[in-house]
Design a protein around this ligand. Structure first.
Ligand SMILES: [Zn+2]
Length: 81
């Protein structure tokens, strides 16, 4: 039996998305649409050269990324069924 927590491909160190409200207006990291204060956004964790960063994404982009992730997961799971 493996010990400890089961690792996830979407753990804090391996990407994953959390949600937050926009505190500072700006634009989506992916499609560059405007993000207005108070709006809900996805925060995609990006590890880069030792420090981590959050990319702000509009919900439309989050949806596309989640859909793509799901497709990738289905591919990984297929031989395990
Ligand atoms: Zn976007």
């Amino acid at each position: 039996m493996a010990r400890g927590k089961v690792p996830s491909l979407l753990s804090t160190n391996n990407g994953g998305i959390t949600y937050a409200e926009v505190e500072r207006a700006g634009s989506c990291s992916r499609c560059k649409c405007a993000l207005r204060k108070g709006e809900k956004v996805g925060l995609l964790k990006v590890a880069k050269a030792g420090f981590s960063n959050n990319k702000r994404l509009c919900l439309h982009c989050v949806k596309e990324i989640v859909t793509k992730t799901q497709a990738d997961l289905d591919m990984i799971k297929a031989p395990l069924a």
